[in-house]
Design a protein around this ligand. Structure first.
Ligand code: 9GP
Length: 829
């Protein structure tokens, strides 16, 4: 009895006192009762999951408070990572791993006849991002905590995540992603006492009173309430935070003026909902004015709430504002939070009374910016009228920044209006957010060598010439803890048995695996692990879609956002060609393959949605054609998210990374596949190049135009795809099949046909097709040589250490944020 109360008490004694699985089982059982008023027998799996998460959170709470106190005491430099997107993935398994509780929890639950995996499966996978950008941000949070850096994420607590994708009759349909259906997330701490107020609209009155004062009037004020999600470091006792802001209106003191219909309070509540809708959804469609307005509003909301709270904390700690750049760094993750430059200026000038020169110096030394794409649609530009109406004071500041910046440019390049216009922050009736971010940052980085080179030589070449010292490359990295230890525990275990566990702290040590490339028993064990992962994936596909896949077949996965530049359509054309070979010769010697696709198309992106339809139409034909004799299977996994990636990646043999060269800034899926021993088929773009350099020609299949060639074609007006159509019968056949009734609705894929042939094949699909088919054939022939293939897999895992997020993050710490050292482990205090 005494033991029971010690474990279930409201204090944290049990966190230290809990010594084994029995204690864990007792604490868990008690927590089910406490949380749900139910005994274990009558609780559902979801309720058990919530009780477990709550218990684990208790462990996090203590460490969170300790970490914060230690940072304060040591006056650690803080990093704030501002991002409109975070894709953290499910947190239960990650937290158990990082807290070192995995085993005790698994065994404790087993005593109660509960399977931990079933509870893990109950967790929502928050879709607070579109893809690579948001996932990278989450990987970096993991690295910051694991390296003991005081780094925190700042984002938006979207009430609904990116839509839930369902496919009906081959068509993507979007449904609200109601990840907070219980009203709260089990990991978060709501912190209403740290609410910030963000102002929109109104007008600014200027009073000259010795000094200029700017009075913002008639604005709409929205409360930003922070919710903190703890981010645990890997077995180092450190817990940082991901702070997500939510728009909320407290109506408690709002008088209801009843009209003659008696609707007073109804109106107040309706207004509340309208205002709170600001943080309802991730990236609303911005093709219409309302969408643009909402998106800009979200960006300012995040930036303003975050910076206000960061400065307040700094000042409360009695730190001098002039020391801001020494005490903290503010990082702009992609162009979306660029308003941070102007907002920091506003706070320093208007709220804290500093002068312009001093504020600008502080701002530019505090802020840094990562660019994640050269695609024009992501380098945002806001129409002046929209910007000025929504953010009048911020617009004045941007104008002033622009004027001073253009004057500097004028001094540098007198008379070169062309150049000055190209670099101006305000030009052609729009505010250029990338220009604002570059002007206001002391560091600007690209995310792979080639991407940075393109930024320097093309997209941002004028800025690079002006301030070359600002620009640097930091190739992305991903957390090997989630992508190996969690997603592929058997592989992790096997590696530990072979080379020890030092690679977990230092992934470069994976290189030692090269010594095992000729070790038969290791190769066999690795093949077994892969097979088990393929089986796990096959079971999922069978259960979910009723499709039986051959686990001995070559599993080739193409999983990412659906976008023309990522060229899922080229993969489809190759599968059509393979199928045509079978139709031509039913006995053709085809290496059995399973092609897996997963990814969401932006709701307004017709062609991407038609690519999903095309994949389904092809699957429908091939999967049911007796001639194929199961040699090819095509599967589309719906509603792609982090959890699906954790299932697909370890079970894949081949990683499809085939963007049009020059367009994929980096890619991170390519790294995750590599870590799990999948071999890349890819173009020379983004991090594919770094993978190629790391593994060498024998362990990757590269093909296609280089970035330089693609860019040269663009400069010279493209190429004529009809030439290829006429020269290559395979191309002609697959093109005609798009529109000749091969698929049930002949006109369905006309847009694809036109894009390939009549609109110049902007993404060079037909241009790269022949080489793609050639390396696909080569790859398949090498796959059946199992010994050779196994060596490739080992080489990929062995060379993946440089793609660990910790390496990337250490580079940021050193070259961007100027962080001195990692804090000593809190336990040693
Ligand atoms: O498209 C890039 C992708 O290549 C990169 O790996 C990822 C992380 O750096 O960012 C993506 N960019 C975006 O999602 C939007 O800029």
């Amino acid at each position: 009895m005494q033991r029971e109360s010690q474990i279930t008490g409201t204090n944290f004694d049990f966190v230290d006192a809990m010594s084994g699985e029995e204690d864990f089982a007792i604490a868990f059982t008690a927590n089910v009762m406490k949380l749900h008023g139910k005994s274990l027998d009558s609780a559902s799996n979801r309720e058990k999951y919530l009780a477990l998460a709550d218990l684990v959170r208790t462990f996090l709470s203590k460490r969170l408070a300790d970490t914060e106190a230690a940072y304060r005491q040591e006056q650690k430099k803080q990093v704030y990572y501002l991002s409109l997107e975070f894709l953290p993935g499910r947190l239960l398994a990650a937290n158990l791993l990082n807290l070192g509780l995995q085993q005790v929890c698994e065994q404790g639950l087993r005593r109660l006849n509960i399977n931990l995996a079933e509870l893990i499966d109950q967790e929502e996978d928050p879709a607070l991002g579109n893809g690579g950008l948001g996932r990278l941000a989450a990987c970096y949070l993991d690295s910051m905590a694991s390296l003991g850096l005081a780094g925190h994420g700042c984002g938006i607590r979207y009430r609904y995540g990116l839509f839930e994708q369902r496919v009906t009759d081959g068509y993507q349909r979007e449904f609200p992603d109601n990840w907070l259906k219980e009203g709260r997330n089990e990991w978060e701490y709501r912190r209403p006492e740290e609410t910030m107020n963000v102002r929109f609209g109104g007008r600014v009155r200027t009073i000259a009173n010795g000094k200029l004062h700017f009075i913002h009037e008639n604005y709409q004020q929205i409360s930003a309430v922070p919710y903190d999600i703890p981010i645990a470091g890997y077995q180092n006792e450190i817990v940082n935070t991901l702070r997500l802001w939510s728009a909320e209106v407290d109506v408690t003191y709002q008088a209801c003026t009843f009209d003659r219909h008696g609707k007073g309070c109804i109106n107040v509540i309706a207004d509340k909902h309208a205002t709170e809708s600001l943080t309802d959804t991730l990236y609303p469609d911005d093709s219409v004015y309302e969408g643009k307005l909402l998106r800009l509003k979200q960006q300012y909301f995040l930036v303003s709430a975050s910076l206000q709270s960061i400065l307040r904390k700094h000042v409360v700690n009695k730190a001098d504002l002039r020391l801001l750049p020494e005490k903290l760094s503010i990082h702009i993750n992609d162009t979306h939070p660029s308003l941070a430059v102007a907002e920091l200026m506003r706070l320093l000038l208007d709220e804290y009374g500093l002068g312009w020169a001093e504020s600008w110096d502080i701002t530019t030394r505090t802020i840094s910016y990562t660019n994640h794409t050269v695609l024009p649609e992501a380098l945002e530009k806001w129409p002046i009228d929209l910007f000025q109406t929504l953010l009048p004071r911020i617009y004045m500041i941007v104008q002033e920044i622009n004027e001073r910046f253009c004057r500097e440019l004028w001094d540098m390049y007198p008379g070169d209006w062309q150049k000055i216009k190209a670099m101006a922050i305000i030009a052609d009736g729009t505010v250029h957010m990338a220009a604002l971010a570059i002007a206001g940052s002391h560091r600007v980085n690209g995310v792979s060598a080639i991407h940075t080179q393109i930024l320097k030589q093309k997209t941002m070449s004028d800025f690079y010439q002006l301030t070359p010292q600002k620009f640097l490359n930091i190739t992305n990295g991903v957390t090997h803890r989630r992508w190996m230890l969690l997603a592929n525990p058997d592989l992790a275990q096997l590696i530990c048995e072979a080379i020890g566990d030092r690679w977990i702290a230092n992934p470069d040590e994976l290189q030692h695996l090269l010594n095992f490339a000729h070790d038969n028993s290791f190769c066999c064990a690795m093949a077994k692990v892969k097979f088990a992962n393929k089986l796990r994936l096959a079971k999922y596909i069978q259960a979910k879609y009723g499709i039986a896949i051959d686990t001995c077949s070559l599993i080739d996965s193409h999983i990412k956002r659906i976008h023309a530049y990522k060229r899922q359509s080229m993969n489809v054309l190759h599968i059509m060609d393979l199928y045509n070979r079978i139709l031509d010769n039913p006995h053709a010697d085809i290496v059995p393959r399973t092609f897996i696709f997963a990814g969401k198309a932006a709701p307004g992106y017709y062609k991407a949605k038609q690519t999903i339809k095309l994949i389904h139409a092809l699957a429908e034909k091939i999967n049911h054609d007796p001639l194929v004799k199961n040699r090819i299977k095509v599967v589309f996994l719906q509603n792609y998210n982090v959890s699906h990636a954790e299932l697909i990646i370890p079970g894949s043999d081949v990683s499809e990374q085939i963007p049009t060269a020059s367009m994929e800034a980096c890619g991170t899926g390519n790294m995750k596949f590599m870590m799990n021993g999948a071999v890349t088929i890819g173009t020379l773009d983004g991090a594919n190049i770094a993978i190629w350099e790391a593994v060498g020609d024998d362990n990757i299949f590269t093909f296609g135009l280089t970035a330089d060639q693609v860019l040269a074609y663009y400069r010279n007006g493209g190429y004529n795809p009809w030439d290829i159509y006429h020269q290559d019968l395979r191309v002609k056949t697959v093109m005609e099949q798009l529109v000749n009734g091969f698929f049930p609705y002949p006109e369905e894929f006309r847009a694809h046909y036109d894009a390939f042939l009549n609109q110049g094949d902007h993404y060079f699909v037909l241009k790269d097709f022949a080489q793609y088919v050639e390396v696909q054939n080569k790859l398949a022939n090498e796959f059946i040589n199992t010994e050779l293939w196994q060596k490739k897999c080992i080489a990929n895992v062995a060379h993946s250490g440089i793609f660990a997020g910790d390496r990337a993050f250490a580079e940021y710490a050193l070259s961007v944020w100027d962080l001195a050292e990692r804090p000593p482990c809190l336990r040693q205090h």
